[in-house]
Each structure stands twice: as C-alpha cells, then as structure tokens.
Design a protein around this ligand. Structure first.
Ligand SMILES: CC(C)(COP(=O)(O)OP(=O)(O)OC[C@H]1O[C@@H](n2cnc3c(N)ncnc32)[C@H](O)[C@@H]1OP(=O)(O)O)[C@@H](O)C(=O)NCCC(=O)NCCS
Length: 175
C-alpha cells in the first residue's frame, strides 16, 4: 500500500483551512477551543509554519494524511520529541468527518509508528484520549498501544480541563 502520510507543507494551508472550517462543529468536542483565525488560510499557514519550525528543530514530525484520491484529509503529528534516556514523543491526529470510518487514522498511525521507531530512533510513543473517545481508543489499540493510566484534568479541550486516558506503545524491536 502506498504511503498515506507525508511531511506537512506550507501549500497544504488552503486545504487544511477548508477542512477545519467544514468540520468546525464535528471537531469542537475533541479539540482545544480555537480563535477565529484558526479557520482561515492565514491561521492554518501560521500553524503549519510553526509545526515545520518544530520539525526543523528535531522536536516534531508533522504530517498530512492523504485519501484514496490523493487529497489532504487529515493531520497526524509526532510531537514533543524528547531524546536522552527517554526517547519518547506524543502522538496527535484528526481525520475530516467526510473521510471517517475508512481506516485512515488507523493506517496513518501505523505509518507514524514505523517512522518513530525507524528513522527517528525513538523508544516510546504516547497518546491521550478523552474518556469517551471510543473511536480514537480503537485506533490506538489496533496499533498496539496499551492503556497505562488516567490523568485527571490533563488537557484543556473544548474550553475546559478534561480527564484523559493515557496510552503508550514501545519499540517492538528494542532489546
Ligand atoms: C478519532 C478519529 C481520528 C478516527 O478517524 P477514522 O479515520 O475514522 O478512524 P478509523 O476508521 O481508522 O477507525 C475508527 C474506528 O472507530 C469506530 N468508531 C467510530 N465512532 C465510534 C464510536 N462512537 N464508538 C465506537 N467505535 C467508533 C469506527 O467504526 C472504526 O472502527 P472499525 O474500523 O472497526 O469500523 C476521527 O473520528 C476524528 O478525527 N475525530 C475528532 C478528533 C479526534 O478525536 N482526534 C483524536 C484525539 S485523541
């Protein structure tokens, strides 16, 4: 199967702005509260630029996910890359509602894990979901993540601090 994910590019900003605008209501319960600029090409370009700066500094690997027609349908990011004895990062993603339920997130996460444990040389990837985000939990568990804890008031999602289930997966090839 061809690669579904590729490094984010500044030219993705218009497509991303269209997606977040169309999915504003769909994403609202699962995402941090956003200002008006987020839903514009200017806002998305600023976010892409910041993500590419983190990538250039070795702190992140931000990607888009392509649908069967090759159009941008999603974002997936390895964030907060820490080296030293930890060699860990955190994973975040969303998929446009029009492309949900086709295995896009599951496949994209699988590719990101190959990247994390391959070229990036990491040992651990973590992720957190809201307690009732069953779809996202399924995506993680299908990719070998295990639940290791519950963090109270962990992330500010939809305007309030919310509890999260914490997941991790370790490099299967590591001794
Ligand atoms: C969660 C999300 C990334 C899933 O993307 P996706 O491409 O639809 O995921 P997949 O198709 O790979 O797998 C999702 C699975 O969850 C299932 N699912 C969807 N909604 C569900 C629900 N409410 N309860 C139980 N299972 C559900 C799907 O049927 C699918 O399983 P299946 O393949 O066995 O049918 C997407 O819905 C999304 O972006 N949601 C909003 C943002 C978000 O939650 N991001 C993650 C934050 S941790």
């Amino acid at each position: 199967m061809p690669a579904r994910t590729r490094l984010l590019a500044l030219d993705d900003a218009p497509a991303l702005a269209d997606l977040v605008r169309e999915d504003r209501e769909f994403q609202a319960p699962w995402e941090p509260a956003r200002d008006q600029q987020w839903y514009t090409e200017v806002g998305q370009r600023a976010d892409v630029r910041a993500a590419l700066d983190r990538h250039a500094a070795g702190l992140a690997f931000p990607c888009v996910v392509l649908d069967d027609a090759g159009a941008v349908a999603s974002r997936v990011t390895l964030n907060n890359v820490v080296r030293g004895a930890f060699r860990s990062c955190s994973l975040g993603y969303w998929v446009a509602s029009a492309s949900n339920g086709r295995g896009l997130a599951t496949g994209a996460v699988a590719e990101m894990l190959r990247r994390a444990f391959g070229d990036l040389g990491l040992h651990r990837v973590e992720a957190g979901t809201l307690l009732h985000n069953t779809a996202s939990q399924k995506v993680l568990e299908r990719n070998g993540f295990t639940r290791y804890g519950l963090a109270p008031r962990y992330l500010r999602i939809a305007g309030r601090w919310q509890d999260h289930v914490l997941f991790q997966v370790l490099d299967p090839g590591a001794p």
